[in-house]
Design a protein around this ligand. Structure first.
Ligand SMILES: [Zn+2]
Length: 506
């Protein structure tokens, strides 16, 4: 991407944004900054009114930007489907909460923090009441900076565009606030989730990039004769919350499933993956096409660091591009739609938010590991590698060596009546997600991963001992006990929300 090409595109995008903003002002007849600041508590028979609004803000990048999610980073050459920040704002009469679920593989904290600041300035929603996350689509372009472990970096290129469009999305959702009912539910779809870390038969070579051997292997090859058993569970649950107007018009549906992504996207294509196909199918099933304001379907990512859509034991037939993601999205949406028909809608629920900064140690290579990395990089480029991706990991080891020794991460919890939502800025293992669901005082609860930042994989200590891709130094960047500290902090936050809350529903 040339710098000139980018800045020209941004100028054009700014012109477009100015004209659509003028249109909004003409429709509403009020000045921009006062939108959402009125904080008028609407009441019915003396009780505060529950309101909800939604908006999907387009965050599609220009062609030419690098697509990230795999080891290669091909340039975007074709937009298959547009990318969005799918936003919801909720208001219980005294507290507002906002969500922005963004089609990207992982968005760094400084981008989300800048967007939250803008939202707070323009809508009055406090930044600690805003949850922003990435879906983990592997066919979006990069929003990453140089090193996630270094705080307060200057934003560049697509990051600046994202800040504006995410913030605008929440601002428009606040603008769409209308009296609403809320309900939630869950349904199991076990057929589309597979643990991707496998124990192999004894004697199967399983080298890592650091000159050693691992006990488990990620993506070991579908139908391979060497497969023994998966190294962890899956979480088949699809959780969802649904918002509708008092006359039954669907406003938004936010779902959560612990599935990494689906893929099946041709090289160079930009796509929001099955997350957007689910949203589209949900809209169709709920008869929510062409509504005013438009319905917003959302699929957020659960705790899927070790779970993908590949049936390793019984491989399926090869599929056409985009075919598999439609099959997965249709099956999940059909299940949610059936469960949706029997959920209870509430006229009001209490909203709450609590968050905390947690300081984690950064994983540091030993001198021996650093020496090994330097030796790998000193080999001729065409020398036979000892382990997979060993040059890439030698670079990552040296980057960790030079990184700060600690990183502060943001952990966040929301309560929506009796429903609890946890937010973690990592690719979280399913075991951690299941533990939060089980121990949370809110029933049900679910976790949105890659929320409020993006710091790589979060294996549990048990998985660290097994090794494998997700535990490799550089893929994982924080201390071995991080997952336990994070789960404990989130359960503390949930407990505080539970104790502070009054009666939760009506
Ligand atoms: Zn991934």
């Amino acid at each position: 991407m040339s710098v000139m090409g980018w800045s020209t595109w941004v100028r054009q995008a700014r012109r477009l944004m100015v004209s659509s903003c003028c249109l909004m002002l003409a429709i509403h007849g009020v000045a921009g900054p006062s939108l959402g600041q009125s904080q008028v508590v609407e009441r019915v028979a003396g009780k505060p009114l529950f309101r909800a609004g939604a908006f999907a803000s387009n965050i599609t990048p220009p062609l030419g930007e690098p697509i990230v999610g795999n080891f290669d980073t091909p340039a975007a050459t074709h937009i298959h489907d547009e990318l969005h920040a799918r936003c919801i704002v909720l208001d219980d009469g005294k507290t507002r909460l906002a969500f922005a679920i963004c089609d990207n593989v992982g968005i760094p904290r400084e981008v989300f923090d800048a967007a939250k600041k803008l939202v707070q300035e323009t809508t009055g929603i406090p930044s600690d009441h805003i949850l922003m996350s990435a879906t983990h689509s592997h066919s979006a372009t990069t929003a990453r900076g140089e090193n996630a472990l270094v705080a307060d970096k200057e934003l560049v290129g697509y990051q600046q565009f994202l800040v504006r469009r995410i913030a605008d999305g929440i601002r428009q959702a606040a603008d769409n606030l209308a009296p609403a009912q809320i309900g939630w539910g869950a349904v199991d779809v076990p057929s589309q989730v597979f643990n991707r870390r496998w124990h192999l038969k004894p004697g199967t070579p399983n080298p890592n990039p650091f000159g050693g051997e691992d006990k488990v292997k990620m993506n070991p090859g579908s139908g391979a004769a060497t497969l023994l058993e998966p190294a962890g569970p899956t979480d088949p649950q699809v959780s969802f919350l649904s918002l509708r107007s008092l006359d039954g018009r669907p406003i938004a549906l936010l779902a959560n499933y612990s599935l990494h992504y689906v893929g099946g996207v041709p090289l160079g294509h930009v796509s929001a993956d099955y997350f957007a196909v689910f949203a589209d199918r949900m809209q169709q099933l709920l008869k929510a096409d062409r509504l005013e304001p438009p319905f917003v379907g959302i699929m957020s990512n659960g705790t899927s660091g070790d779970v993908n859509n590949i049936n390793f034991r019984t491989p399926g037939e090869p599929k056409a591009p985009y075919q598999k993601m439609r099959e997965v999205a249709d099956e999940v949406a059909d299940a949610v739609f059936k469960a949706h028909s029997s959920i209870t809608f509430h006229n009001w629920v209490e909203l709450g938010a609590a968050q905390r900064e947690l300081t984690l140690g950064v994983r540091k290579p030993t001198e021996a590991q650093r020496d090994y990395a330097l030796k790998v990089l000193a080999k001729p480029a065409n020398a036979k590698p000892t382990g997979p991706h060993e040059r890439a990991y030698a670079d990552r080891v040296l980057l960790l060596y030079d990184s700060p020794s600690e990183v502060q991460v943001l952990l966040q919890t929301f309560r929506l009546g009796d429903l609890g939502i946890a937010a973690i800025p990592f690719e979280v293992f399913t075991e951690s997600g299941l533990e939060i669901k089980q121990k949370s005082p809110f029933k049900p609860s679910f976790t949105i991963e890659l929320a409020n930042g993006s710091y790589g994989y979060l294996p549990t200590p048990r998985h660290h001992a097994l090794g494998g891709y997700e535990t490799w130094m550089g893929t994982n960047k924080v201390e071995v006990e991080a997952s336990e500290k994070i789960v404990k902090t989130l359960l503390d936050l949930f407990a505080g929300l539970k104790n502070n809350g009054a009666s939760s529903t009506r």
